[in-house]
Design a protein around this ligand. Structure first.
Ligand SMILES: *Cc1c(COP(=O)(O)O)cnc(C)c1O
Length: 816
């Protein structure tokens, strides 16, 4: 029997869990079980109970017989039953919010929400104890998780809210209840779930229903009009506008004088000029919002100027790259507060492949907590995540080092750390580098990075997850997934991709050669791994590393069986049938002998029987594909019946998964789809770009008409042209076929053709149409140009564009 309590959820909780994988520390935690498209939170209640959680909010529709049975044994558990767990969470947090009456800033708009929020966090620190949304936590789930952090120690809250449909903002308003509003801007992009832009603005404005003041930019006339209407209806909201062009309460003017970027603020008698560390339009707009808010809070100009001096463009991404001394660097050098630290530790916990873990931390942003209490929290977190060594930088953390149980080193400044870097025990570890802006840890990162060759392949881990889920959604449970990570995971990076796949629960990994499998095992991967093409000499290693060979011929089978003969261990194999691809595989005549041999050897188990399609992507060959599948089913059934148990059947690769839902069988083998290559227009548009190859401009030259560029004098300029030399060549995987104008690269948003032949380490492009400086970034492929475009240009397939990316190109893994 399970007793369910009804809403409202109440009680003294100190941690909300919605993702069962978070590494929680608190005892009074409450878990909200959410049923999503890819994930059912209710599955995790029993394991969470075992880890100490006692209070659960479950959704009525998800309660099945199976769950009731599981939960009836959880004697100490308290269950709340609700129609919608997210709504219940929102109610709980809205009530929590009411307990505090310090100012709360609510931020919405199309762009800049996160940057304005992060900047305000930095700018107000010192005068206020700030609590703010982590990263871009601005959704129906992210907002309550953010607001839940509010406590009596804080003196201002800053939260962002993002919506995509009518009706959503009201929920967020009830949770945030902002007293101060910032409407960053409104994009012109097609509003997917709105009738028009007016409706979208009106929906967003609902966040400010109960605010005292609303800050916005008057340069957009539509926004001015909608805000006026809104304030008519909500008479207590005072609007506070600023403008560079339009009339507004506050006039802003931007000039560049003597190379300095200067902003002048004028409102009635208050006028002041301030020096900015940037000039681009987006940053200008964001900083204007911040300044107006700071003046509204009556902060003085000296303080504002001083704080703005330290601002830098925000990179909200965590990045993972290879370091010197066989290390792995997790770079999160933007800010440093407790929540950010926990997110970074979570990332390290999920992606780190090293046993040893080092954390390099600067002083934390003061949260109003007593210093000793703050560092005790940090210490608990570091213990929780199994950190072995802590390297503290800054006066505060240094004098609190005795709070840490692990090996610790303290430095008063970043320079002192840099002077001693060579002496620190960093070998073979994962190093999380996390520092507040002013510590400028990017200099430390630069010293630890393994490859400084600036050409890099950026891999977007969130896109990879998105693509995995896209294919997962096409499967009916319990169909399994084998993620193909052969060939260095299609050039992207096998260990990191495999790690992510394991984390998301894929059932198998597929590699081409034994060495690839051994490498993954050495990096700590424990999911089953199939090896497509092992040699006989490697059988011992297969067994030793728990790798499962593909068996594709009778000779192979005999060799493996005789190798296993008399051994105490069991081995799993995968039988490959050749149904028409005519690459590797057993054929019809082999089946009887195969069965006979398999029955002889009790310590060899057939884990799966599979085949590979020759043209699963192409409708013209669907007749052939069907005949391959028919053969496969006939043979596989025969084998399975004869051996007396049921191995997994599988035949589909990425394009097959989408095109032949009726042939999913027990497992599918997902390869190139993970990297954003679909099987038709619709799937291509829904999959996300995972890999972006970037380089930079080494030199720019103006070349007079009739000169030639590069080897063989192939690139003739017929008029005065601006030519850039880019630090990538065919040795990096930029195929020589891309030369002589066959392909384009993206320079500051403009596609520029190559000119002349591609060289080994460099190439030249005509940037006459672009605005660029030496050192500027160049995109070789990504969203645009895509790997599809490049493949078409040299008559190959996207697979080859990916796998060609050279080994010396540094891989950087990014997470939003
Ligand atoms: C590479 C490979 C796959 C994956 O193919 P994609 O087209 O990349 O999805 C599946 N099965 C086998 C046997 C493979 O070699």
């Amino acid at each position: 029997m399970v007793n369910f309590l009804e809403e409202p959820v109440n009680g003294n909780f100190n941690q909300i869990i919605t993702d069962s994988r978070t590494n929680f520390i608190k005892d009074k935690a409450i878990f909200f079980a959410i049923k999503g498209a890819n994930h059912d939170g209710h599955e995790y209640i029993v394991p969470l109970y075992k880890r100490g959680v006692r209070c659960f909010v479950v959704e009525a529709a998800a309660i099945s017989e199976k769950f009731l049975k599981q939960w009836s044994g959880l004697n100490e558990a308290v269950f709340y039953k609700t129609d919608n767990a997210i709504a219940a969470l929102q109610h709980l947090v809205a009530a929590h919010r009411k307990a505090f009456n310090y100012p709360v800033v609510g931020i919405t708009g199309s762009n800049g929400k996160t940057i304005v929020k992060e900047w305000l966090g930095t700018l107000l620190n010192g005068k206020y104890n700030v609590v703010k949304s982590p990263k871009s936590y601005n959704s129906q789930l992210g907002v309550p998780l953010s607001v839940w952090q509010m406590s009596a120690q804080h003196s201002i809250g800053i939260f962002e809210a993002g919506i995509s449909r009518v009706g959503e903002m009201e929920h967020l308003q009830k949770i945030i209840q902002p007293s101060i509003g910032i409407f960053t801007n409104i994009g012109t992009a097609h509003a997917e779930y709105f009738e028009n832009l007016e409706q979208k603005i009106d929906e967003k404005l609902k966040l400010f229903m109960q605010a005292d003041v609303l800050i916005y930019c008057a340069d957009n006339s539509l926004l001015v009009q909608r805000v006026a209407k809104f304030c008519e209806k909500h008479a207590t909201v005072k609007s506070l506008s600023w403008g560079m062009e339009a009339e507004a309460d506050i006039r802003m003017k931007h000039d560049i004088t003597d190379g300095k970027s200067i902003l002048t603020y004028t409102a009635d008698a208050d006028s002041y000029s301030i020096v900015l560390p940037f000039t681009d339009a987006a940053s200008l707009q964001n900083i204007c919002h911040c300044i107006v808010l700071m003046r509204y809070l009556a902060l003085d100009w000296n303080f504002i100027q001083q704080k703005i001096h330290w601002l830098k463009p925000v990179s909200m991404r965590l990045s993972l790259k290879e370091g010197i001394k066989n290390t792995q660097i997790i770079d999160d050098t933007y800010n440093n507060d407790l929540v950010g630290l926990q997110l970074a530790l979570d990332f390290m916990y999920q992606h780190s492949k090293k046993q040893k873990k080092v954390c390099m931390l600067s002083d934390l942003l003061q949260t109003g907590e007593d210093e000793a209490v703050l560092y005790r929290h940090v210490s608990q977190l570091l213990n929780q995540y199994g950190i072995d060594t802590i390297i503290g930088v800054g006066a505060t953390i240094s004098r609190n080092l005795d709070q840490f149980k692990q090996q610790s080193f303290g430095f008063y400044s970043t320079q002192e750390l840099i002077d001693n870097l060579a002496k620190l025990p960093l070998e073979n570890s994962s190093i999380l580098i996390k520092g507040a802006r002013k510590f400028e840890f990017e200099h430390v990162v630069a010293l630890l990075e393994a490859r400084l060759h600036e050409t890099r392949l950026e891999i977007h881990l969130d896109a990879l997850t998105h693509n995995l889920n896209y294919f997962k959604n096409k499967l009916k449970p319990p169909t399994k997934i084998m993620a193909m990570v052969k060939a260095f995971a299609y050039g992207v990076g096998n260990v990191e991709v495999a790690q992510l796949m394991q984390f998301h629960g894929v059932d198998y990994l597929g590699v081409a050669y034994t060495d690839e499998g051994v490498l993954l095992r050495n990096e700590g991967l424990h999911v089953p791994i199939m090896v497509l093409n092992p040699t006989e000499a490697e059988f011992e290693r297969l067994l030793q590393y728990n790798l499962e060979p593909e068996i594709y011929s009778l000779n192979r089978l005999k060799a493996f069986l005789s190798f296993m003969d008399g051994k105490a261990e069991m081995a799993k194999i995968h039988i490959k049938l050749d149904t028409g691809m005519h690459r590797l595989g057993l054929v019809a005549q082999d089946i009887d002998e195969l069965i006979f041999l398999l029955k002889q050897t009790p310590n060899v188990l057939v884990a799966s029987i599979f085949s590979h399609l020759a043209a699963s992507e192409n409708a013209t060959h669907d007749g052939f594909t069907n005949s391959q599948v028919e053969k496969f089913q006939g043979w596989a059934k025969k084998i399975s019946q004869a051996i007396g148990y049921s191995p997994i059947f599988h035949i589909l690769n990425s394009s097959g998964i989408g095109r032949f839902p009726e042939y999913h069988f027990g497992m599918v083998r997902l390869g190139v789809g993970l990297y954003g290559v679909g099987y038709d227009e619709a799937s291509n548009s829904q999959l996300k770009t995972v890999a972006v190859l970037k380089s930079h401009i080494s030199q720019i030259k103006t070349i007079p008409a009739h000169e030639t560029i590069g080897y063989g004098r192939w690139g003739k300029v017929d008029k005065h042209s601006k030519i850039a030399t880019i630090a990538i060549g065919y040795a990096d995987g930029y195929d020589r076929g891309f030369g002589r104008g066959q392909a384009h690269v993206l320079v500051n948003g403009v596609l520029c053709p190559t000119i002349g032949n591609i060289c080994m380490d460099m190439c030249m492009v005509d940037i006459s149409k672009a605005t660029a400086q030496e050192g500027d970034e160049v995109i070789i492929f990504g969203e645009n140009p895509s790997i599809f475009t490049l493949a078409a240009q040299i008559d190959t397939i996207p697979y080859e564009i990916l796998t060609n990316v050279g080994e010396r190109v540094k891989r950087v893994f990014l997470k939003e």
